[in-house]
Write a protein that binds this ligand. Sequence first.
Ligand SMILES: [Zn+2]
Length: 329
Amino acid sequence: MSWIQLHEVERPTVVDTLRLDELEGGRIHRLAVRILEDGLAGPIRIPVMVARGNAPGPVMGLSAALHGNELNGIPTIHRLLERIDPKELSGTVVALPIANVTGYLANRREYLDGRDLNRIMPGKPDGYESQVYAHRLIERIVRHTEYLIDMHTASFGRVNSLYVRANMRAERTARLARTVGADIIVHNEGGDGTLRAAAAELGIHAITVEIGDPHVFEDGMIKTSRIGVRDVLEDLGMLSPDRETARKNAIECTRSYWLYTDTGGILEVLPEPTDRVLAGEAIAYLFDPWGQRIRTYRAPEEGVIIGKSTNPVAHTGSRIVHLGAIALL
Ligand SMILES: [Zn+2]
């Protein structure tokens, strides 16, 4: 008896662009959307899953791994779609589990040419490689959605709470942010080359969700975000409510910023993500190699810890904590 069990799988359909109207209702379609050609003259394709309902309704876009090493969104999408019966769905879910194909293959954040796809959106039709990739990703796939949840994680050497960045002045976007089950919501208007900002320019209600750490699958975080995304589909009337909900009263921040070390040493950060801190409270110590404390860093104002450094090796200008300021909008 072989220890390797083979499963029957469906072959993806290769397409040049998404044509939702041509996809049959009541089923999940597996597509490979051609974006660019590589140096072997072969195609670079983005895997796309489309759950097409029988009844009309909104088009929800879900994207993950736009930073190629930020992986928790991949099983969030897979496990969510596994649990959706498209016959019960009103509308369409368009999911891109691996938005940055070359970064994913190389275990790194950036695209193949070293550029950050989430800083150059909406790209250009005739620019350098990552700009063309960004442009076609939007034109061929993202443009066909009405809502978008772009899933990220913290960067290497840091940990995050489950937090959302969204333009809280836009009503439907704010509702999306409050429904997805995050611990913290940070108001951010965009205009920063992100996919979220580029989608918003197209009239798509878009939020960014940061789910845990890079390079790993974290089951707890994945479960919460999977339930939270389903809550959003229920809130939009695309699915009838089930018993699970990730809904909580998120802490809403009007702005956020990182605090950096002013010199080098061995860094110890005191609070954990989602902890509240008061103005003047000690948040980190810096030691020299002889074990002497050379700095105590204090919170400059009252706030909440959104993320923190987990790397004790601090040079001048190393990140300490990502602090969210809590105040009424
Ligand atoms: Zn990211």
